[in-house]
Write a protein of this length. Structure first.
Length: 283
C-alpha cells in the first residue's frame, strides 16, 4: 500500500479505517472488532476515532480491537470537541480518550472543528500534550482555507500535520482552493466519508453509467471506484469505515487501483470539481 508522508516526515498508510457509528450496537460489536483487526493485519494500521463518536463507544471498540497488537506498529487518531479544546478541558479529554483506547499516547490528535476557543490556546495545549508524551503530533478537522491560514499565523500553528475533511467524487469543493493550499504547505488531507453518506447524492453516484462502466471494465465495484478516486492524489489519506471483514477487504483492494488519465477525465466529466469557491461540506 502507498504511504503518505506527514509534514514531520512520518509515513502513514494512505488507506486507514474510520470508526464513526461503530461500537454502538452490541449485536454488531464482535463483527466490527474482527473487521478492525482484519484491517490491521492487512496494512490498514491507521485507525481514526473521536470522543464524539458514540460518546466514546468507538474509542472503546478501537481499544479492544488493538489489544493483541504491538502499539508502535499502529497509528491511532482521535479528535477533541471544540468546546473541550481549551486549557480547562483538553487534558482531561485527552486522558479519557487514552483510557478508552487502552493506550498511553495518540499518534495524532485533532481539533474536531473550529469553535469559540482561540486557536492560539488550542495550539499551545496541543504542544503541551506533545511535551507530556500524551500525543506525538496534532492536526485539525473541518478547517477551510481561511481557517488554515488563520491557524498558520498562530505560534506553532505550522506544527499542524493534517486537515481531515469530507471528500468524495460527488463532493469535490476542496479541490478548488483548500487542497492546493494544503499541497503547497505540505499538509496532507485526510478524507472522511470517501464513499458518501447516503441520500440522493449517493444514489446518483451508485447509478452513474460512467462509474458503472469503469467498474465493469476493471472488475471492480462502484464503491471501490469511489474509494480509489480519493487516493489518486499523493497527499490524500482516506479513512472509510467498514463493519464486516468482507467490506474491509474490498476497501483494501481499492488502495491498489491507479486510474488512467482517460478514466479520470470520464469521472471528472460526470462529477466535475467546482470552478468557484463553495462552502466546506461537513455531512
Amino acid at each position: 500500500m502507498k504511504a503518505v508522508l506527514l509534514k514531520d516526515g512520518t509515513a502513514v498508510p494512505q488507506l486507514g479505517q474510520g470508526t464513526w457509528n461503530l461500537g454502538e450496537n452490541r449485536q454488531k460489536y464482535h463483527s466490527e472488532l474482527e473487521t478492525l483487526r482484519w484491517g490491521i493485519e492487512h496494512g490498514m494500521t491507521l485507525i481514526d476515532s473521536a470522543e464524539m463518536y458514540g460518546d466514546g463507544a468507538a474509542e472503546e471498540l478501537t481499544g479492544d480491537a488493538i489489544s493483541p497488537y504491538e502499539r508502535e506498529k499502529l497509528f491511532l487518531v482521535s479528535k477533541v470537541y471544540p468546546w473541550n479544546a481549551g486549557r480547562n478541558n483538553i487534558f482531561a479529554s485527552c486522558e479519557d480518550s487514552l483510557m478508552r483506547m487502552g493506550t498511553d499516547y495518540l499518534d495524532l490528535y485533532l481539533l474536531h472543528w473550529k469553535g469559540s476557543i482561540p486557536l492560539a490556546e488550542t495550539v499551545a495545549c496541543m504542544e503541551e500534550l506533545k511535551k507530556q508524551g500524551k500525543i506525538l503530533r496534532w492536526g485539525v478537522s473541518n478547517f477551510d482555507t481561511a481557517d488554515m491560514k488563520e491557524l498558520l499565523r498562530v505560534k506553532d500553528g505550522d506544527q499542524c500535520q493534517v486537515n481531515q475533511v469530507l471528500y468524495h467524487l460527488g463532493s469535490r469543493g476542496v479541490e478548488y482552493d483548500l487542497l492546493p493550499w494544503l499541497e503547497e504547505h505540505h499538509i496532507p488531507m485526510m478524507a472522511y466519508c470517501p464513499l458518501a453518506q447516503g441520500g440522493r447524492l449517493k444514489q446518483k453516484l451508485l447509478s452513474s453509467p460512467e462509474l458503472k462502466e469503469i467498474a465493469e471494465n476493471r472488475g471492480l465495484t462502484i464503491m471501490q471506484v469511489l474509494l480509489a478516486f480519493t487516493m489518486q492524489k499523493d497527499l490524500v489519506i482516506s479513512i472509510p469505515k467498514a463493519s464486516t471483514a468482507a467490506h474491509a477487504e474490498s476497501n483494501r483492494q481499492a488502495a491498489e487501483i491507479v486510474f488512467t488519465e482517460q478514466e479520470l477525465d470520464v469521472l471528472s466529466h460526470a462529477f466535475p470539481a467546482p470552478k468557484h469557491k463553495v462552502p466546506l461540506d461537513m455531512e
